[in-house]
Design a protein. Sequence first.
Length: 255
Amino acid sequence: MPVNRPVAAAQVERRYRAHAAVAPLVLAVSVLTLMLLLPLPGLAQPPAESSDEVFALRLTYRRAQELLPLVEPLLSPNGTVELHTGWNLLVFHDEEEVLERIRAFVADFDHPPRRLSVDIVVLRATGDSQAETADDTPPWLAKGVGKLLNFPSYRTFGRARIGLLEGQNVEYSIGGFYAVRFEAGNVIPKARIRLRHFEILGGRDRGRRIFAADLSLHLDKPLVLGFARDEETGVELAVALLCRLEGADGGGGRP
């Protein structure tokens, strides 16, 4: 038969002390395990696994800062793009499907400068309903100019065809008394082009600014700027523009 032997008081005390020393350590390990397994308020959680791709694009012919505002609307809600001007570089983080659309867009944007022609016609309103409207308005403008202008009659004061390249700065005299000045942008998808800092200048030295704005044009579609009053002469002016890709004759001709 087993015999129950008395346990000495000293042994009981040693065992108690050993358990007392280990208990806080076990508790600490348990709390730490819960912290790792459960999301706690106020603690940053590791990011969820993402399917986004990274696409680095270095432009060859165009400036990256010009492309940036054009591609930002193409990004998904969680997509991002970083601009590195020193390297002429854009870095995209987005879904593969989105990046494919951006690649196709950039292929139509980053190319050697192409030749353009810009036809410009300066019109002067006569304000006289009995006056005879001039018949030297170019065909591309004559069809719709009557609907676009509020004046009963007008005369063509001057016109020109300017040949240029994408990205080129232009200043050109028209009719001996007016001039236009602008920077041609790049043709972008959907056949649009911007004329930056477009100005109409007047006076013998063409030093008076009559009109100034950034313009956005569709290729092969006329744009007519409403009449602006030349305060020095009291003449009401309108300017019509038509931009075409290629086919420029070098400038200076009659459109």
